[in-house]
Design a protein around this ligand. Structure first.
Ligand SMILES: [Mn+2]
Length: 256
């Protein structure tokens, strides 16, 4: 029986992780464990905790048939601890999400959802990062259904080593979704606005309030697919090496 680890960066009580857990429990035929941060840790990237202990706490979630644990750490901590110490055996698949808000293009580098998912391929396990393109919607039903179906495809077909599927689902009813597109990572930049303020003791502080910039993204990118109402699936690889530049840099004749 396949063992699936669910994790996220919105916390163990977030609606997204519980929607995918409920969908997997409804389908049945596999074992599910949910291990996630004890609170929201969005945009915490791939940070791990080294100088404090991590406490996993078994939590009671109404109706849950699978073990659910909160962890006093980051998303990557939760996935790592689950895979290497908490689960009864190595999971066959890691699913991170379903995140509240899209993780498109360059968001991957800040995303706790993607970081937690990447613990899968880092440790040799296939993974899916799944995000709903909405901050407001509480309807994770289509996202849960699609993510579960994709999970069974990955379990049946496998993924090459070091591979993550980054999935983004538009927040619309299933009959208004245009289809599914296999995409490449687009660009998503924020016009960072640093709100400069003064605290009660007269000290200056800044508060980041970035606004999404319109980028000229190609039609084959995740950003454009989701904007046009498609579910986007991007195969992402761990190896960030720019192979085509290795020979050129070697020609720089760098000396120690
Ligand atoms: Mn999040």
């Amino acid at each position: 029986m396949a063992l699936i680890l669910l994790t996220n960066d919105d916390g163990i009580f977030a609606p997204g992780i519980n929607a995918i857990r409920e969908e997997l429990e409804r389908i049945g035929g596999h074992e599910v464990w949910a291990v996630a941060p004890d609170r929201e840790r969005s945009a915490s990237g791939h940070a791990i905790t080294m100088y404090r202990p991590l406490f996993p706490i078994k939590v009671a979630i109404a109706g849950a048939q699978s073990p659910c644990y909160s962890v006093t750490g980051t998303p990557a901590d939760s996935a790592k601890l689950a895979i290497e110490a908490l689960l009864p055996r190595r999971p066959d698949l890691v699913i991170s999400g379903i995140n509240r808000g899209a993780n498109l293009g360059t968001d991957i580098f800040y995303s706790g959802t993607c970081a937690a998912a990447l613990e899968g391929p880092i440790l040799g396990i296939p993974a899916i990062a799944s995000s709903l393109d909405s901050w407001e919607s509480r309807d994770y039903s289509l996202a849960a259904r699609f993510t579960a179906e994709l999970a069974f495809k990955v379990l049946a077909e496998g993924l090459p080593a070091g591979t993550l599927l980054n999935v983004n689902i538009p927040a619309r009813p299933a009959d208004q979704v245009a289809g599914v597109r296999i995409t490449r990572m687009g660009e998503r930049l924020y016009k960072d606005q640093w709100d400069k303020r003064t605290d009660p003791r007269g000290r200056t502080y800044y508060w980041l309030a970035g606004e999404l910039m319109e980028m000229d993204n190609g039609p084959d990118t995740d950003v454009v697919a989701v904007a046009h109402g498609y579910i986007s699936v991007t195969p992402v690889q761990l190896d960030l090496t720019r192979y085509d530049q290795m020979q050129r840099l070697a020609g720089w004749d760098l000396q120690p």
